[in-house]
Design a protein around this ligand. Sequence first.
Ligand SMILES: [Ca+2]
Length: 258
Amino acid sequence: MKRINILPETTHIPVVNHKRRRLWMIFSIIVGISSLITIVIITKIILRKQKTTTTESTLISLFTITTTSAMTEFRRFKRNNETIYAIWNTTASGNSTPSLPGEEIGTYYPSEPPEAVFDGNLNTIYTNHGICSAHTIELSKLCGVNTGLYFTMNSKLFVLKRFYIAVRRHSLQRDPLTITIEGSNNKISDLAFGYSWTLIYNGDSGLMENQWEVSHYEEMEVNNSSPFRSYRFLVSSIREKSTSVSYAEFVMIGQYID
Ligand SMILES: [Ca+2]
């Protein structure tokens, strides 16, 4: 009869299992810790990449918006205490002749000064008699012609792209029909001289077709991309025989350049 020695085997096996289990546990712990570390590292990398991408895209968006805004935003010029010089007997590229308040030749009505065209109020107007006077008996289409104004903006350079002129209904015969607009970056003391000015518009005031509709003012395009700090506006013809030229608003639309 063959005897089976059970004891040595039964005592041996638990020893072997115990060692393997311990080794297996150590191995599992090492693998677990390694996996955890790997996951943490990968997660950090992903989060960092996402953060960078988000920041970059945010910056790009902001830059795009800012650039687009700066390049395309059209704004209306608003007077900020700029001195407005009234002029008469003046044509584009020529020297400016100062116009004073009064009722005689070369004057403007004291209650209707050039500042009125930049106050946003349709009831306030600028009336200049030019070669005529308030007491002129023989009305003429030359009265008020070659008059206007110039001024220098206090703040930024401005690229004039569009404009419109608003008039008061009760004096449509005095409407400016054709005008010129010039720009300059010369110093203020040189602005009285014609050489300071660059012609950027010469033509329709936008009022040719708008004779009786007071609520509509046609916006006119100006083919100009140059920034200027000073602008000169002159009337070169009026609608009907009159004693002067009158207009309520000269609205300048364009881009401010920082
Ligand atoms: Ca006004």
